[in-house]
Design a protein around this ligand. Sequence first.
Ligand code: ADP
Ligand code: MG
Length: 362
Amino acid sequence: MADNGVPEAQRVVVVPDVGWPDPVGLPGGVASELPNQLLSARLGQGAPGSDVSRGTTAVGWPSAQEPPGTPPGSAVASGGVVDARLPVPARTRVMAVTNQKGGVGKTTTAVNLAAALAHGGQRVLVVDLDPQGNASTALSIEHAEGTPGVYEVIVGGSPIRDVVRTSPEVEGLEVLPASIDLAGAEIDLVSLVARESRLSRALDVYLAEQKEAGRRLDYVFVDCPPSLGLLTVNALVAGREILIPIQCEYYALEGVGQLLRTVEMVRTHLNPDLVVSTIVLTMHDARTRLSSGVAEEVRAHFPNQVLRTAIPRSVRISEAPSYGQTVLTYDPGSSGALSYLEAAREMATRGTAAGTPDGVTP
Ligand code: ADP
Ligand code: MG
């Protein structure tokens, strides 16, 4: 563990004393420090290979050399806009965006990555699985009480095609909205048949329908609530990949061990293909040693999962939802927008570069 100037007392804060996954692929020194008896959740890198590109829409994609955090607009102004096409994955990547801590950037990451990928020519569905409906709000999708959405799908058995909406803001982006009605789902699900796989089944049907109609979806992001209840389990069963946003703050990794134990349980009993493929560092403040220290710790523990691109703390990112927008349209040249674009590109390309088909770290 590199000493980056963060006092020991602070550094230990970000290392949880709970179970860590099987430290496959971790540096020897780090691996030997981690308890591995609690978990054997395989951590994956990237996703199924990708080799095709699809057309795109014009947004200010930063050049590959340009680090996030570059002054707003510079990528555009300097002529740094580069080929925005992203490789299309070999098959639909269904990603559960989860971390049972609230306020770590799950929703923000789900909607902005989804929008960035859609701008890159991908067909993307966002499933809002949080009764607060923040992802629906951010994407400008009606979700007042009584609005049909994901509740009707997982509890009522409605087909997704009947309730899915098209984003008015971003071409290629669909949203399965959540209203406050979803708050009752945790209880309503308990007595239902196949209660853990309701979303998975509905999604399989929808993905097959879309594929048949020549509109194959490339990505599905499931924005989870801040808990490890049945809704989140539904997301973990529906997804093949897990994306964990981790906030660059005190107690960043608190609860991650518990999340990974849940993942392992789901892998064992319900979804053997599930891998933690992606970790996104959020609200990174390069000016503080704490933020950098946390980022370093997380990278040390998950060297193959953490995206190189960290999302900076940015007022623009937090303002965008109140205008029903993602940061990509709210302030396309901002560091927040550029970092989500870069993170999306990294996600889209790393599967080809290093990932093995089942996502296991070599
Ligand atoms: P979660 O879905 O995990 O509860 P959110 O995505 O809703 O977390 O984010 C929590 C709060 O932090 C929101 O107010 C959001 O606008 C803000 N936020 C998220 N990411 C950033 C960021 N990079 N910079 C500044 N504020 C952020
Ligand atoms: Mg949220």
